[in-house]
Design a binder for this molecule. Structure first.
Ligand SMILES: CCCN1C[C@@H](O)[C@H](O)[C@@H](C(=O)O)C1
Length: 599
Protein backbone atom coordinates (compact mmCIF):
# COMPACT_ATOMS: atom_id res chain seq x y z
CA UNK A 1 0.00 0.00 0.00
CA UNK A 2 1.39 3.40 -0.97
CA UNK A 3 1.89 6.15 1.63
CA UNK A 4 0.56 8.87 -0.69
CA UNK A 5 -1.20 8.73 -4.03
CA UNK A 6 -2.03 12.43 -4.35
CA UNK A 7 -1.86 13.47 -7.99
CA UNK A 8 1.16 15.77 -8.56
CA UNK A 9 0.51 19.52 -8.51
CA UNK A 10 2.72 22.59 -8.99
CA UNK A 11 2.43 25.51 -6.56
CA UNK A 12 4.59 27.72 -4.36
CA UNK A 13 5.82 24.74 -2.36
CA UNK A 14 5.47 21.74 -4.69
CA UNK A 15 7.14 21.00 -8.04
CA UNK A 16 6.34 18.43 -10.72
CA UNK A 17 8.58 17.82 -13.75
CA UNK A 18 7.50 15.13 -16.19
CA UNK A 19 10.30 12.88 -17.46
CA UNK A 20 8.21 11.80 -20.48
CA UNK A 21 9.87 11.49 -23.86
CA UNK A 22 12.49 9.11 -25.25
CA UNK A 23 14.15 6.75 -22.77
CA UNK A 24 16.79 4.12 -23.50
CA UNK A 25 15.28 0.61 -23.63
CA UNK A 26 16.53 -2.98 -23.71
CA UNK A 27 15.06 -6.48 -23.42
CA UNK A 28 16.78 -8.89 -21.05
CA UNK A 29 15.59 -12.29 -22.27
CA UNK A 30 18.36 -14.18 -20.50
CA UNK A 31 18.24 -12.09 -17.33
CA UNK A 32 21.82 -10.84 -17.31
CA UNK A 33 20.88 -7.27 -16.40
CA UNK A 34 21.38 -7.45 -12.64
CA UNK A 35 24.85 -9.02 -12.73
CA UNK A 36 26.02 -6.98 -15.72
CA UNK A 37 25.35 -3.70 -13.96
CA UNK A 38 22.33 -2.56 -15.99
CA UNK A 39 21.03 -0.93 -12.81
CA UNK A 40 23.61 1.81 -13.45
CA UNK A 41 23.60 1.93 -17.25
CA UNK A 42 22.17 -0.08 -20.16
CA UNK A 43 25.15 -1.21 -22.30
CA UNK A 44 23.13 -1.20 -25.49
CA UNK A 45 19.66 0.13 -26.03
CA UNK A 46 17.09 1.53 -28.44
CA UNK A 47 15.04 4.70 -28.03
CA UNK A 48 11.62 4.06 -26.46
CA UNK A 49 8.82 6.62 -25.97
CA UNK A 50 7.40 7.07 -22.45
CA UNK A 51 4.49 6.85 -21.83
CA UNK A 52 3.90 3.97 -24.23
CA UNK A 53 3.62 0.20 -24.44
CA UNK A 54 6.74 -1.06 -26.18
CA UNK A 55 5.00 -3.87 -28.13
CA UNK A 56 3.68 -2.25 -31.31
CA UNK A 57 6.83 -0.27 -32.09
CA UNK A 58 8.63 -3.43 -33.22
CA UNK A 59 8.41 -5.20 -36.58
CA UNK A 60 9.70 -8.60 -35.40
CA UNK A 61 7.36 -10.95 -33.57
CA UNK A 62 9.89 -11.92 -30.85
CA UNK A 63 10.01 -8.29 -29.75
CA UNK A 64 6.28 -7.59 -29.97
CA UNK A 65 5.41 -10.74 -28.04
CA UNK A 66 8.37 -10.37 -25.65
CA UNK A 67 7.74 -11.74 -22.17
CA UNK A 68 10.18 -11.30 -19.29
CA UNK A 69 12.42 -8.53 -17.92
CA UNK A 70 12.86 -5.27 -19.83
CA UNK A 71 14.89 -2.22 -18.83
CA UNK A 72 14.47 1.54 -19.25
CA UNK A 73 17.03 4.29 -18.53
CA UNK A 74 16.76 8.09 -18.37
CA UNK A 75 19.20 10.79 -17.35
CA UNK A 76 17.76 13.81 -15.55
CA UNK A 77 19.26 16.90 -13.87
CA UNK A 78 18.51 17.63 -10.22
CA UNK A 79 18.92 21.32 -9.19
CA UNK A 80 21.02 21.93 -6.07
CA UNK A 81 18.16 23.77 -4.38
CA UNK A 82 16.09 20.56 -4.31
CA UNK A 83 18.30 19.48 -1.40
CA UNK A 84 16.43 19.55 1.92
CA UNK A 85 13.08 18.65 0.35
CA UNK A 86 11.35 15.30 -0.22
CA UNK A 87 12.23 14.24 -3.77
CA UNK A 88 10.32 11.41 -5.45
CA UNK A 89 9.98 9.71 -8.78
CA UNK A 90 6.26 9.04 -9.31
CA UNK A 91 5.47 6.34 -11.87
CA UNK A 92 1.81 6.60 -12.90
CA UNK A 93 1.92 2.97 -14.10
CA UNK A 94 4.54 0.38 -15.08
CA UNK A 95 2.99 -2.85 -16.37
CA UNK A 96 3.05 -5.27 -14.57
CA UNK A 97 5.89 -4.81 -12.05
CA UNK A 98 9.01 -2.71 -11.63
CA UNK A 99 12.19 -2.20 -9.63
CA UNK A 100 13.60 1.33 -9.56
CA UNK A 101 17.31 2.24 -9.35
CA UNK A 102 18.93 5.68 -9.13
CA UNK A 103 22.62 5.85 -10.06
CA UNK A 104 22.78 2.10 -9.53
CA UNK A 105 21.18 2.15 -6.06
CA UNK A 106 18.02 0.05 -5.70
CA UNK A 107 15.24 2.27 -4.36
CA UNK A 108 12.13 0.05 -4.36
CA UNK A 109 9.95 -2.44 -6.22
CA UNK A 110 6.25 -2.30 -7.06
CA UNK A 111 3.68 -4.89 -8.15
CA UNK A 112 0.62 -3.90 -10.16
CA UNK A 113 0.60 -2.51 -13.66
CA UNK A 114 -2.26 -0.02 -13.46
CA UNK A 115 -1.69 2.05 -10.31
CA UNK A 116 0.92 4.68 -9.40
CA UNK A 117 3.80 4.42 -6.97
CA UNK A 118 6.44 6.85 -5.69
CA UNK A 119 10.12 6.00 -5.35
CA UNK A 120 11.61 8.15 -2.54
CA UNK A 121 14.94 9.18 -4.06
CA UNK A 122 15.69 11.98 -1.58
CA UNK A 123 18.82 10.34 -0.19
CA UNK A 124 19.97 8.67 -3.41
CA UNK A 125 20.34 11.74 -5.63
CA UNK A 126 23.41 13.81 -6.47
CA UNK A 127 22.11 17.38 -6.17
CA UNK A 128 23.25 19.98 -8.68
CA UNK A 129 24.21 17.17 -11.05
CA UNK A 130 22.81 14.82 -13.69
CA UNK A 131 21.40 11.55 -12.29
CA UNK A 132 20.31 8.31 -13.92
CA UNK A 133 17.09 6.45 -13.22
CA UNK A 134 16.80 2.83 -14.36
CA UNK A 135 13.58 0.80 -14.37
CA UNK A 136 13.70 -3.00 -14.42
CA UNK A 137 10.24 -4.03 -15.64
CA UNK A 138 8.57 -7.40 -16.07
CA UNK A 139 5.36 -8.39 -17.86
CA UNK A 140 4.99 -12.08 -17.02
CA UNK A 141 1.56 -13.35 -15.97
CA UNK A 142 0.75 -15.87 -13.27
CA UNK A 143 -2.21 -17.20 -11.32
CA UNK A 144 -0.98 -15.41 -8.22
CA UNK A 145 -0.94 -11.92 -9.73
CA UNK A 146 -3.43 -9.50 -11.29
CA UNK A 147 -4.48 -9.84 -14.09
CA UNK A 148 -4.38 -13.64 -13.98
CA UNK A 149 -2.79 -15.84 -16.60
CA UNK A 150 0.07 -18.21 -17.28
CA UNK A 151 3.56 -17.73 -18.66
CA UNK A 152 4.85 -20.71 -20.63
CA UNK A 153 8.24 -21.46 -22.19
CA UNK A 154 8.23 -22.57 -25.80
CA UNK A 155 10.51 -25.33 -27.10
CA UNK A 156 12.80 -22.64 -28.50
CA UNK A 157 13.25 -21.28 -24.98
CA UNK A 158 11.27 -18.11 -25.51
CA UNK A 159 8.63 -17.17 -22.93
CA UNK A 160 5.02 -16.47 -23.89
CA UNK A 161 2.04 -15.29 -21.87
CA UNK A 162 -1.33 -17.04 -21.93
CA UNK A 163 -3.73 -14.44 -20.50
CA UNK A 164 -6.93 -15.57 -18.78
CA UNK A 165 -8.38 -12.35 -20.15
CA UNK A 166 -9.33 -10.83 -23.47
CA UNK A 167 -7.02 -7.83 -23.84
CA UNK A 168 -3.47 -7.74 -25.18
CA UNK A 169 -0.71 -7.87 -22.56
CA UNK A 170 0.61 -4.45 -23.54
CA UNK A 171 3.62 -3.72 -21.35
CA UNK A 172 6.06 -1.01 -20.43
CA UNK A 173 5.98 2.40 -18.78
CA UNK A 174 2.40 2.97 -19.91
CA UNK A 175 1.81 6.26 -18.08
CA UNK A 176 3.84 9.37 -17.19
CA UNK A 177 6.87 9.57 -14.90
CA UNK A 178 7.16 12.62 -12.63
CA UNK A 179 10.12 14.11 -10.73
CA UNK A 180 8.32 15.67 -7.76
CA UNK A 181 9.61 17.71 -4.82
CA UNK A 182 7.54 18.25 -1.69
CA UNK A 183 8.05 19.95 1.68
CA UNK A 184 9.35 17.62 4.39
CA UNK A 185 6.22 18.42 6.44
CA UNK A 186 3.50 17.80 3.92
CA UNK A 187 -0.04 16.68 3.20
CA UNK A 188 -0.08 13.01 2.21
CA UNK A 189 -3.81 12.34 1.90
CA UNK A 190 -7.28 13.78 2.38
CA UNK A 191 -10.82 12.47 2.39
CA UNK A 192 -14.15 14.10 1.60
CA UNK A 193 -17.72 13.08 2.29
CA UNK A 194 -20.95 15.02 1.90
CA UNK A 195 -24.35 15.51 3.50
CA UNK A 196 -27.07 17.52 1.83
CA UNK A 197 -29.58 19.60 3.80
CA UNK A 198 -32.10 21.37 1.65
CA UNK A 199 -30.20 23.84 -0.53
CA UNK A 200 -27.14 23.61 1.70
CA UNK A 201 -24.41 21.00 1.94
CA UNK A 202 -21.75 19.97 4.43
CA UNK A 203 -18.31 18.89 3.20
CA UNK A 204 -16.77 16.62 5.83
CA UNK A 205 -13.02 16.38 5.37
CA UNK A 206 -9.98 14.81 6.99
CA UNK A 207 -6.33 15.53 6.20
CA UNK A 208 -3.28 13.34 6.84
CA UNK A 209 0.10 15.06 7.18
CA UNK A 210 3.65 14.14 8.17
CA UNK A 211 3.90 16.74 10.94
CA UNK A 212 2.15 18.42 13.88
CA UNK A 213 1.25 21.80 12.44
CA UNK A 214 -2.46 22.41 11.95
CA UNK A 215 -4.23 22.56 8.60
CA UNK A 216 -6.47 25.23 7.13
CA UNK A 217 -9.13 24.03 4.64
CA UNK A 218 -10.58 26.57 2.19
CA UNK A 219 -13.37 25.84 -0.27
CA UNK A 220 -13.81 28.04 -3.34
CA UNK A 221 -16.61 27.96 -5.90
CA UNK A 222 -16.12 27.79 -9.68
CA UNK A 223 -15.68 31.58 -9.75
CA UNK A 224 -12.86 31.40 -7.20
CA UNK A 225 -14.94 32.89 -4.40
CA UNK A 226 -14.31 31.50 -0.90
CA UNK A 227 -17.54 29.82 0.25
CA UNK A 228 -16.24 28.15 3.43
CA UNK A 229 -13.11 27.62 5.47
CA UNK A 230 -12.11 25.76 8.60
CA UNK A 231 -9.01 25.13 10.68
CA UNK A 232 -8.24 21.56 11.69
CA UNK A 233 -7.01 18.26 10.25
CA UNK A 234 -10.62 17.28 10.16
CA UNK A 235 -13.81 19.20 10.14
CA UNK A 236 -16.88 20.33 8.22
CA UNK A 237 -17.18 23.05 5.60
CA UNK A 238 -20.76 24.30 5.48
CA UNK A 239 -21.84 25.49 2.02
CA UNK A 240 -24.96 27.63 1.73
CA UNK A 241 -26.90 27.17 -1.50
CA UNK A 242 -24.48 24.49 -2.65
CA UNK A 243 -24.10 23.90 -6.39
CA UNK A 244 -24.23 20.10 -6.61
CA UNK A 245 -22.28 17.90 -8.98
CA UNK A 246 -24.78 16.05 -11.16
CA UNK A 247 -24.67 13.46 -13.96
CA UNK A 248 -23.80 15.30 -17.18
CA UNK A 249 -24.19 18.54 -15.22
CA UNK A 250 -20.90 18.80 -13.37
CA UNK A 251 -20.03 21.57 -10.95
CA UNK A 252 -16.63 21.59 -9.29
CA UNK A 253 -15.39 23.44 -6.24
CA UNK A 254 -11.71 23.77 -5.39
CA UNK A 255 -10.60 22.48 -2.00
CA UNK A 256 -7.31 23.99 -0.82
CA UNK A 257 -5.55 22.41 2.15
CA UNK A 258 -2.71 24.37 3.71
CA UNK A 259 -0.20 23.71 6.47
CA UNK A 260 0.92 27.04 7.92
CA UNK A 261 3.61 27.91 10.42
CA UNK A 262 2.50 31.38 11.52
CA UNK A 263 2.73 33.36 8.27
CA UNK A 264 4.66 30.91 6.11
CA UNK A 265 2.98 28.27 3.98
CA UNK A 266 4.64 24.96 4.84
CA UNK A 267 2.63 22.93 2.33
CA UNK A 268 -0.42 23.40 0.17
CA UNK A 269 -2.52 21.04 -1.92
CA UNK A 270 -5.54 21.96 -4.04
CA UNK A 271 -7.92 19.68 -5.91
CA UNK A 272 -11.30 19.93 -7.60
CA UNK A 273 -14.14 18.24 -5.72
CA UNK A 274 -17.81 17.72 -6.56
CA UNK A 275 -20.49 17.89 -3.88
CA UNK A 276 -22.82 14.94 -4.45
CA UNK A 277 -24.15 11.85 -2.70
CA UNK A 278 -24.35 8.30 -4.01
CA UNK A 279 -26.87 5.84 -2.56
CA UNK A 280 -28.42 2.51 -3.48
CA UNK A 281 -32.07 2.57 -2.47
CA UNK A 282 -33.72 -0.75 -3.27
CA UNK A 283 -33.21 -1.29 -6.98
CA UNK A 284 -32.35 2.38 -7.56
CA UNK A 285 -28.97 4.02 -8.04
CA UNK A 286 -29.39 7.54 -6.67
CA UNK A 287 -27.21 10.61 -7.18
CA UNK A 288 -28.22 13.44 -4.83
CA UNK A 289 -31.36 11.48 -4.06
CA UNK A 290 -32.40 11.23 -7.72
CA UNK A 291 -32.58 7.85 -9.47
CA UNK A 292 -30.24 7.56 -12.45
CA UNK A 293 -30.12 5.13 -15.38
CA UNK A 294 -26.63 4.33 -16.68
CA UNK A 295 -26.01 4.59 -20.41
CA UNK A 296 -22.53 3.91 -21.69
CA UNK A 297 -19.68 1.61 -22.27
CA UNK A 298 -17.18 -0.92 -21.17
CA UNK A 299 -13.89 0.56 -22.38
CA UNK A 300 -10.17 -0.19 -22.65
CA UNK A 301 -7.15 2.06 -22.57
CA UNK A 302 -6.14 0.97 -26.03
CA UNK A 303 -5.12 2.69 -29.25
CA UNK A 304 -2.87 2.07 -32.25
CA UNK A 305 0.88 2.69 -31.88
CA UNK A 306 1.18 3.27 -28.10
CA UNK A 307 -1.00 0.30 -27.06
CA UNK A 308 -2.19 0.66 -23.44
CA UNK A 309 -0.47 4.01 -22.90
CA UNK A 310 -2.53 6.93 -21.70
CA UNK A 311 -2.90 9.42 -24.54
CA UNK A 312 -4.71 12.67 -23.75
CA UNK A 313 -5.61 13.11 -27.43
CA UNK A 314 -7.33 9.72 -27.59
CA UNK A 315 -9.07 10.39 -24.28
CA UNK A 316 -10.39 13.72 -25.51
CA UNK A 317 -11.72 12.04 -28.66
CA UNK A 318 -13.31 9.24 -26.62
CA UNK A 319 -15.13 11.70 -24.36
CA UNK A 320 -16.32 13.65 -27.39
CA UNK A 321 -17.76 10.45 -28.90
CA UNK A 322 -19.29 9.32 -25.59
CA UNK A 323 -20.99 12.71 -25.25
CA UNK A 324 -22.25 12.53 -28.84
CA UNK A 325 -23.65 9.05 -28.23
CA UNK A 326 -25.69 10.27 -25.25
CA UNK A 327 -23.74 8.21 -22.74
CA UNK A 328 -23.43 9.20 -19.07
CA UNK A 329 -21.17 6.46 -17.68
CA UNK A 330 -18.45 3.89 -18.26
CA UNK A 331 -16.62 1.10 -16.47
CA UNK A 332 -12.82 1.19 -16.31
CA UNK A 333 -12.73 -2.39 -17.60
CA UNK A 334 -10.60 -4.23 -16.56
CA UNK A 335 -8.16 -2.09 -14.56
CA UNK A 336 -7.89 1.39 -13.01
CA UNK A 337 -7.29 3.98 -15.74
CA UNK A 338 -4.95 6.98 -15.74
CA UNK A 339 -5.97 9.64 -13.18
CA UNK A 340 -6.57 12.14 -15.97
CA UNK A 341 -9.52 9.99 -17.16
CA UNK A 342 -11.30 10.47 -13.83
CA UNK A 343 -10.48 14.19 -13.87
CA UNK A 344 -12.18 14.42 -17.29
CA UNK A 345 -15.15 12.37 -16.03
CA UNK A 346 -15.42 14.75 -13.05
CA UNK A 347 -15.54 17.73 -15.40
CA UNK A 348 -17.95 16.14 -17.89
CA UNK A 349 -20.30 14.66 -15.28
CA UNK A 350 -19.82 10.99 -16.18
CA UNK A 351 -20.40 8.20 -13.65
CA UNK A 352 -17.55 5.69 -13.40
CA UNK A 353 -17.41 2.10 -12.18
CA UNK A 354 -13.77 1.84 -11.07
CA UNK A 355 -12.39 -1.70 -11.54
CA UNK A 356 -9.24 -3.48 -10.33
CA UNK A 357 -7.53 -5.97 -12.68
CA UNK A 358 -8.96 -8.98 -10.85
CA UNK A 359 -9.78 -10.56 -14.17
CA UNK A 360 -9.28 -14.16 -15.20
CA UNK A 361 -10.17 -15.57 -11.76
CA UNK A 362 -12.07 -18.32 -13.49
CA UNK A 363 -10.55 -21.49 -14.84
CA UNK A 364 -13.17 -21.53 -17.58
CA UNK A 365 -11.33 -18.58 -19.07
CA UNK A 366 -8.13 -20.58 -18.83
CA UNK A 367 -9.84 -23.53 -20.45
CA UNK A 368 -11.02 -21.07 -23.12
CA UNK A 369 -7.27 -20.91 -23.65
CA UNK A 370 -6.71 -24.56 -22.90
CA UNK A 371 -6.30 -24.32 -19.13
CA UNK A 372 -7.41 -26.58 -16.30
CA UNK A 373 -11.00 -27.30 -15.40
CA UNK A 374 -11.11 -26.80 -11.63
CA UNK A 375 -12.21 -24.13 -9.18
CA UNK A 376 -9.90 -21.15 -9.54
CA UNK A 377 -10.31 -20.46 -5.81
CA UNK A 378 -9.04 -23.92 -4.88
CA UNK A 379 -5.60 -23.35 -6.36
CA UNK A 380 -2.36 -23.00 -4.35
CA UNK A 381 -2.02 -19.52 -5.82
CA UNK A 382 -4.94 -18.07 -3.87
CA UNK A 383 -3.01 -16.90 -0.77
CA UNK A 384 -0.41 -14.77 -2.58
CA UNK A 385 -3.07 -13.64 -5.05
CA UNK A 386 -5.36 -12.43 -2.28
CA UNK A 387 -2.59 -10.26 -0.80
CA UNK A 388 -1.99 -8.53 -4.15
CA UNK A 389 -5.73 -8.23 -4.82
CA UNK A 390 -6.34 -6.51 -1.48
CA UNK A 391 -3.32 -4.26 -2.01
CA UNK A 392 -4.57 -3.10 -5.40
CA UNK A 393 -8.14 -2.51 -4.20
CA UNK A 394 -6.70 -0.49 -1.31
CA UNK A 395 -4.57 1.66 -3.60
CA UNK A 396 -7.33 2.09 -6.19
CA UNK A 397 -9.71 3.42 -3.52
CA UNK A 398 -6.95 5.52 -1.93
CA UNK A 399 -6.11 7.06 -5.32
CA UNK A 400 -9.66 7.60 -6.67
CA UNK A 401 -11.82 8.19 -3.56
CA UNK A 402 -12.18 11.97 -4.02
CA UNK A 403 -13.48 11.87 -7.61
CA UNK A 404 -17.21 12.75 -7.80
CA UNK A 405 -17.41 10.68 -11.00
CA UNK A 406 -16.54 7.42 -9.20
CA UNK A 407 -19.79 5.90 -7.94
CA UNK A 408 -18.93 2.22 -7.51
CA UNK A 409 -15.95 -0.08 -7.00
CA UNK A 410 -15.76 -3.25 -9.10
CA UNK A 411 -13.57 -5.64 -7.13
CA UNK A 412 -13.47 -8.41 -9.78
CA UNK A 413 -14.50 -9.06 -13.38
CA UNK A 414 -16.27 -12.35 -14.02
CA UNK A 415 -14.72 -14.47 -11.28
CA UNK A 416 -15.78 -18.04 -10.66
CA UNK A 417 -18.71 -17.73 -8.22
CA UNK A 418 -20.33 -21.16 -8.65
CA UNK A 419 -17.98 -23.11 -6.37
CA UNK A 420 -18.10 -23.30 -2.57
CA UNK A 421 -14.37 -22.40 -2.50
CA UNK A 422 -15.18 -18.95 -3.89
CA UNK A 423 -17.30 -17.99 -0.86
CA UNK A 424 -14.52 -17.59 1.77
CA UNK A 425 -12.47 -15.59 -0.71
CA UNK A 426 -15.34 -13.19 -1.41
CA UNK A 427 -16.25 -13.02 2.28
CA UNK A 428 -12.70 -12.01 3.18
CA UNK A 429 -12.17 -9.48 0.41
CA UNK A 430 -15.53 -7.79 1.02
CA UNK A 431 -14.92 -7.65 4.76
CA UNK A 432 -11.41 -6.24 4.33
CA UNK A 433 -12.52 -3.52 1.89
CA UNK A 434 -15.69 -2.49 3.73
CA UNK A 435 -14.24 0.62 5.39
CA UNK A 436 -11.69 1.71 2.81
CA UNK A 437 -14.00 4.25 1.18
CA UNK A 438 -14.99 7.20 3.43
CA UNK A 439 -18.05 7.66 1.19
CA UNK A 440 -19.03 3.96 1.45
CA UNK A 441 -19.76 3.72 -2.24
CA UNK A 442 -21.24 0.45 -3.62
CA UNK A 443 -18.84 -2.49 -4.07
CA UNK A 444 -19.56 -5.00 -6.76
CA UNK A 445 -18.17 -7.38 -9.38
CA UNK A 446 -19.40 -8.57 -12.78
CA UNK A 447 -21.17 -11.91 -13.19
CA UNK A 448 -20.59 -14.03 -16.29
CA UNK A 449 -23.17 -16.20 -18.05
CA UNK A 450 -22.24 -19.15 -15.79
CA UNK A 451 -23.01 -17.10 -12.69
CA UNK A 452 -26.76 -16.84 -12.45
CA UNK A 453 -29.29 -16.43 -9.69
CA UNK A 454 -29.47 -20.23 -9.56
CA UNK A 455 -25.75 -21.08 -9.76
CA UNK A 456 -23.86 -18.26 -8.05
CA UNK A 457 -22.83 -18.78 -4.41
CA UNK A 458 -21.75 -15.17 -3.92
CA UNK A 459 -24.84 -13.06 -4.60
CA UNK A 460 -25.02 -11.68 -1.06
CA UNK A 461 -21.79 -9.69 -1.48
CA UNK A 462 -22.33 -7.11 -4.24
CA UNK A 463 -24.37 -3.94 -3.66
CA UNK A 464 -25.24 -3.81 -7.38
CA UNK A 465 -25.40 -6.75 -9.77
CA UNK A 466 -23.26 -6.28 -12.88
CA UNK A 467 -24.28 -8.80 -15.56
CA UNK A 468 -22.20 -9.78 -18.57
CA UNK A 469 -24.44 -11.65 -21.05
CA UNK A 470 -23.79 -12.72 -24.67
CA UNK A 471 -26.87 -14.36 -26.21
CA UNK A 472 -26.75 -13.41 -29.87
CA UNK A 473 -23.00 -13.87 -29.96
CA UNK A 474 -21.39 -16.67 -27.94
CA UNK A 475 -24.62 -18.65 -27.94
CA UNK A 476 -28.05 -18.48 -29.60
CA UNK A 477 -26.45 -16.43 -32.35
CA UNK A 478 -27.43 -15.57 -35.89
CA UNK A 479 -30.87 -16.79 -36.90
CA UNK A 480 -31.17 -18.42 -33.41
CA UNK A 481 -31.10 -15.01 -31.69
CA UNK A 482 -34.80 -15.29 -30.87
CA UNK A 483 -33.94 -18.21 -28.57
CA UNK A 484 -31.29 -15.98 -27.02
CA UNK A 485 -33.84 -13.29 -26.27
CA UNK A 486 -36.26 -15.86 -24.84
CA UNK A 487 -33.52 -17.31 -22.64
CA UNK A 488 -32.45 -13.97 -21.27
CA UNK A 489 -36.05 -13.02 -20.57
CA UNK A 490 -36.45 -16.27 -18.62
CA UNK A 491 -33.38 -15.36 -16.57
CA UNK A 492 -34.70 -11.86 -15.92
CA UNK A 493 -38.05 -13.30 -14.89
CA UNK A 494 -36.21 -15.43 -12.30
CA UNK A 495 -34.37 -12.35 -11.00
CA UNK A 496 -37.73 -10.56 -10.81
CA UNK A 497 -39.37 -13.47 -8.96
CA UNK A 498 -36.43 -13.81 -6.57
CA UNK A 499 -37.37 -10.67 -4.70
CA UNK A 500 -33.71 -9.60 -4.81
CA UNK A 501 -33.87 -5.92 -4.04
CA UNK A 502 -30.72 -4.57 -5.70
CA UNK A 503 -30.15 -2.82 -9.05
CA UNK A 504 -28.94 -4.74 -12.08
CA UNK A 505 -26.58 -3.06 -14.57
CA UNK A 506 -25.64 -4.87 -17.76
CA UNK A 507 -21.90 -4.23 -18.06
CA UNK A 508 -21.24 -6.44 -21.07
CA UNK A 509 -23.29 -7.43 -24.10
CA UNK A 510 -22.57 -7.12 -27.83
CA UNK A 511 -21.31 -8.68 -31.03
CA UNK A 512 -18.07 -8.69 -32.97
CA UNK A 513 -18.51 -6.57 -36.10
CA UNK A 514 -16.26 -5.91 -39.08
CA UNK A 515 -16.72 -2.23 -39.92
CA UNK A 516 -17.93 -1.83 -43.49
CA UNK A 517 -19.37 -5.34 -43.70
CA UNK A 518 -23.02 -5.00 -44.76
CA UNK A 519 -25.52 -7.76 -45.50
CA UNK A 520 -29.27 -7.82 -46.14
CA UNK A 521 -30.63 -9.83 -44.48
CA UNK A 522 -27.95 -9.61 -41.79
CA UNK A 523 -25.28 -12.16 -41.00
CA UNK A 524 -22.98 -12.29 -37.95
CA UNK A 525 -20.02 -9.87 -38.17
CA UNK A 526 -22.09 -7.44 -40.27
CA UNK A 527 -22.93 -3.97 -38.96
CA UNK A 528 -26.61 -4.79 -39.44
CA UNK A 529 -26.33 -7.84 -37.17
CA UNK A 530 -24.57 -5.89 -34.41
CA UNK A 531 -27.52 -3.46 -34.38
CA UNK A 532 -29.98 -6.39 -34.27
CA UNK A 533 -28.21 -7.80 -31.20
CA UNK A 534 -28.24 -4.39 -29.49
CA UNK A 535 -31.90 -3.88 -30.36
CA UNK A 536 -32.66 -7.25 -28.75
CA UNK A 537 -30.89 -6.24 -25.53
CA UNK A 538 -32.62 -2.85 -25.58
CA UNK A 539 -36.03 -4.55 -25.70
CA UNK A 540 -35.09 -6.53 -22.62
CA UNK A 541 -33.63 -3.54 -20.75
CA UNK A 542 -36.87 -1.66 -21.43
CA UNK A 543 -38.92 -4.54 -20.00
CA UNK A 544 -37.54 -4.81 -16.47
CA UNK A 545 -37.63 -1.79 -14.12
CA UNK A 546 -34.85 -3.19 -11.88
CA UNK A 547 -32.42 -2.97 -14.81
CA UNK A 548 -30.76 0.38 -14.10
CA UNK A 549 -28.08 0.53 -16.70
CA UNK A 550 -26.65 -0.60 -20.01
CA UNK A 551 -22.92 -0.41 -20.71
CA UNK A 552 -22.34 -2.01 -24.10
CA UNK A 553 -19.20 -4.02 -24.83
CA UNK A 554 -17.14 -2.27 -26.08
CA UNK A 555 -16.71 1.44 -26.75
CA UNK A 556 -14.10 0.71 -29.45
CA UNK A 557 -12.39 -2.24 -31.13
CA UNK A 558 -9.32 -3.21 -29.14
CA UNK A 559 -6.25 -5.42 -29.33
CA UNK A 560 -6.24 -8.94 -27.88
CA UNK A 561 -4.07 -12.03 -28.16
CA UNK A 562 -4.15 -13.58 -31.61
CA UNK A 563 -6.55 -16.49 -31.97
CA UNK A 564 -9.10 -18.13 -34.19
CA UNK A 565 -11.86 -16.15 -32.46
CA UNK A 566 -10.15 -12.78 -32.88
CA UNK A 567 -9.65 -10.83 -36.12
CA UNK A 568 -6.64 -8.72 -35.17
CA UNK A 569 -8.34 -8.08 -31.84
CA UNK A 570 -11.82 -7.78 -30.44
CA UNK A 571 -14.27 -6.16 -32.87
CA UNK A 572 -17.25 -5.61 -30.57
CA UNK A 573 -16.57 -1.89 -30.66
CA UNK A 574 -19.37 0.55 -31.32
CA UNK A 575 -16.54 2.54 -32.81
CA UNK A 576 -13.53 1.22 -34.73
CA UNK A 577 -10.10 1.28 -33.10
CA UNK A 578 -9.41 4.58 -34.88
CA UNK A 579 -12.65 5.89 -33.41
CA UNK A 580 -14.92 5.91 -36.47
CA UNK A 581 -18.63 4.99 -36.01
CA UNK A 582 -20.18 1.68 -36.96
CA UNK A 583 -23.96 1.59 -37.55
CA UNK A 584 -24.37 0.73 -33.85
CA UNK A 585 -23.00 4.16 -32.90
CA UNK A 586 -25.93 5.84 -34.64
CA UNK A 587 -28.30 3.35 -32.97
CA UNK A 588 -27.09 4.46 -29.54
CA UNK A 589 -26.97 8.14 -30.50
CA UNK A 590 -30.69 7.85 -31.24
CA UNK A 591 -31.55 5.59 -28.28
CA UNK A 592 -29.57 7.28 -25.54
CA UNK A 593 -30.29 10.88 -26.44
CA UNK A 594 -33.96 9.98 -26.01
CA UNK A 595 -33.63 8.20 -22.66
CA UNK A 596 -34.11 10.56 -19.68
CA UNK A 597 -31.63 10.50 -16.80
CA UNK A 598 -34.11 8.86 -14.39
CA UNK A 599 -35.34 6.33 -17.01
C1 LIG B 1 -16.15 -14.28 -21.44
C2 LIG B 1 -17.12 -13.17 -21.23
C3 LIG B 1 -16.49 -11.96 -20.61
N1 LIG B 1 -16.12 -10.85 -21.47
C4 LIG B 1 -14.84 -10.34 -20.96
C5 LIG B 1 -14.27 -9.26 -21.87
O1 LIG B 1 -12.99 -8.86 -21.40
C6 LIG B 1 -14.18 -9.82 -23.29
O2 LIG B 1 -13.58 -8.89 -24.17
C7 LIG B 1 -15.60 -10.15 -23.78
C8 LIG B 1 -15.59 -10.65 -25.21
O3 LIG B 1 -15.37 -11.84 -25.42
O4 LIG B 1 -15.78 -9.80 -26.12
C9 LIG B 1 -16.17 -11.21 -22.88
Amino acid sequence: MEQSLLYPVVNAVRTDQKLDGLWRFSFDAVGVGPQEGWAKHLPKAVDMPVPASFNDFFTDKDAREYTGDFWYEKKFFVPADYQGRFVGLRFDAVTHRATIYVDGVKIRSHEGGFLPFVADVTDALHYGEENTVVVQGNNELSREALPAGDTITLKNGKKMVRPFFDFYNYSGINRSVHLITLPVERITDYTTDFTLAGADADVHYTVTTTGDHDVVAVLRDADGQVVAENTGKQGTLHVTDAHLWNVRAAYLYTLTLRITNDTTIVDEYSAEIGIRTIKIVGTEIQVNGQSVYLKGFGRHEDSPFAGRAFDLNVEKKDFSLMQWSGANSFRTSHYPYDEQVYQMADREGFLVIDEVPAVGFKMAAASFLGGLNQSFFKGPWIKPLHAKHLDQITDMIKRDKNHPSVFAWSLLNEPDTVTEESVPYFKQIFAETKDLDPQSRPRTFSLSEDDTIETSKDLDFPDIYLLNRYPGWYHYAGYQISDGEAGLREEMDKWAASGINKPIVFTEFGADTEAGLHKLPSVMWSEEYQVEVLEMFSRIFDSYPFIKGEQVWNFADFQTVEGNMRVNGNKKGIFTRDRQPKAAAFFYHKRWTNIPLDY
